[in-house]
Write a protein that binds this ligand. Structure first.
Ligand SMILES: Cc1cc2nc3c(=O)[nH]c(=O)nc-3n(C[C@H](O)[C@H](O)[C@H](O)COP(=O)(O)O)c2cc1C
Ligand code: SF4
Ligand code: SF4
Length: 443
């Protein structure tokens, strides 16, 4: 077995898989069973001040599904914990005592006042938890009360509260960021300035799941009315990966440890987050849909992957993809690829033809010599990848790089030299700029 042990900002756990702050970590009963199943750590469901918040008593979830009814997105209107503070603190203390090798992080959300933070920190410290996570992300219910995402959207507040927490506790401080912001880097920089030990992201994305077309109520619907909720699950993974990469590549926050969250369902998802710079990962929806034992597959998959690649520790994965994240202007414009159809796999459904014919570059035949036949016309193919993505047969169409000869579409020789937009003759900002004839002033 590979060494899956994780040391995230000094917090040790037997593997890098933590449960995110949410219903799976709401009480000792759940957390103990999660630890028995093998989770490396948990972020306890967000604690608030007493009296506890009150949740709705009707549907708090909505979902989107693939055609085979696999859940791909989950929407919720749940608030933070609705159990008394003392009950949670007592259970946290006991579970941490019983499970010393697991990471126990306590998520917190109290009004944005120094005294409120100071007093709850002292009580959390008494539980001997390993760290705290500041919930600046919840986009519904609590944000309207001046907490959660409404703090996370204001960099000055993020910095200020982080600084209070660093001042009033010895515990490591993880700042959980909201994706409901135009540039995630501003919040990450603020957390960094406030002294955060790490950031975690993403929390849920503001969303309305659907509208009931009989009652015309947004869903989930409570007595005929709906409100926006927070979206999570596999559908949000690309958004989360991008935000993680922005923080990992920003010179100001490149060294700030990141705990990756958002749609992680398999070991592969987890490794992708780690490769983009996350020291560990957190999971919510996958546990809610498949149960705690989903971590067994994650552990086994990560173990196999590390063996295959010869990685001695999980830290060797962290950040491996970061140097390959770049801006569009740096992409190699001399890289030429063409689609190729494997005729043995093709079931002649015609989807590639329709997609390319109607919306791309008219580069796939439908008939050849009077017979139904799907073949790429290299003279038209721009290598866009649309056909690969719409083909229902895996690996039936692939994009193949041209490394020599002439591109039959442009009649230009293939160059193996790297050239990007910054030096392109069409770019007015390039030293090689050549104005178009039509743009030249009339003589
Ligand atoms: C029902 C539900 C309740 C949640 N409650 C909290 C919470 O109390 N505190 C928090 O920081 N995040 C909360 N979250 C957000 C998750 O911790 C996580 O950031 C988000 O779901 C994205 O991860 P996922 O795609 O693996 O679910 C909640 C998510 C769900 C689905
Ligand atoms: S890669 Fe794009 S242009 Fe080429 S055949 Fe496929 S859809 Fe058409
Ligand atoms: S979409 Fe795929 S299977 Fe269908 S015709 Fe095109 S190549 Fe063949």
């Amino acid at each position: 077995m590979a060494d899956l042990r994780s040391n995230f900002i000094g917090i040790k756990s037997p593997n890098p898989f933590w449960l995110a702050s949410a219903p799976p970590t709401d009480k000792a009963y759940n957390v103990v069973r999660a630890f028995e199943a093998g989770w490396g750590g948990v972020v306890w469901k967000t604690l608030g001040e007493d009296p506890p918040v009150v949740n709705v008593n009707g549907p708090r979830y909505g979902a989107s599904w693939s055609n085979d009814r696999r859940l791909i997105g989950l929407n919720n209107i749940e608030l933070i914990t609705d159990r008394p503070l003392e009950t949670n603190l007592r259970e946290i203390k006991q579970v941490k005592r019983d499970w010393k090798d697991r990471a126990m992080i306590v998520s917190l959300m109290v009004p944005c006042e120094e005294q409120n933070w100071k007093s709850i920190l002292a009580r959390v410290e008494d539980t001997e938890a390993d760290g705290i996570e500041l919930n600046f992300g919840c986009p519904h219910g609590m944000s309207e009360r001046g907490m959660g995402a409404s703090v996370g959207q204001v960099p000055e507040y993020v910095e200020m509260v982080t600084r209070w927490c660093k001042q009033y506790t010895r515990m490591p401080v993880i700042v959980k960021l909201t994706p409901n912001i135009s540039d995630i880097r501003t919040a990450a920089r603020a957390a960094n300035k406030g002294g955060a030990d790490a950031v975690s992201l993403i929390n849920t994305i503001t969303s309305i799941m659907s509208v009931n077309l009989d009652t015309f109520s947004p869903e989930p619907s409570i007595d005929g009315k709906g409100t926006h909720g927070g979206y999570c699950g596999p559908a949000v993974k690309p958004i989360a990966l991008n935000m993680v990469s922005k923080i990992a590549t920003d010179p100001e926050t490149a060294k700030l440890p990141i705990s990756g969250i958002g749609g992680i369902t398999t070991w592969r998802d987890a490794v992708e987050f780690m490769a983009l710079g996350c020291g560990n990962v957190q999971v919510c929806t996958a546990a809610m849909v498949y149960g705690f034992k989903v971590v067994e597959d994650m552990i086994a998959g990560l173990d196999d992957f590390m063996h295959d690649k010869g990685f001695a520790s999980v830290d060797e994965i962290v950040g491996r993809a970061v140097p390959n994240v770049t801006e569009w202007q740096n992409l190699n414009l001399n890289y030429i690829a063409k689609a190729e159809i494997d005729q043995d796999l093709c079931i002649k459904c015609g989807r590639c033809h329709i997609a390319c014919e109607d919306t791309s570059h008219q580069a796939i035949t439908s008939m050849v010599d009077g017979a139904r036949h799907f073949e790429v016309i290299d003279e038209e193919c721009v290598g866009c990848n649309l056909c690969v993505n719409v083909c229902p047969v895996e690996d039936c169409i692939s994009l193949v790089q041209m490394t020599s000869g002439v591109d039959p579409r442009t009649n230009k020789p293939i160059s193996n030299e790297y050239a990007n937009w910054t030096t392109h003759p069409n770019n007015p900002g390039s030293p090689n700029f050549v104005p178009a004839e039509s743009a030249k002033p009339a003589e």
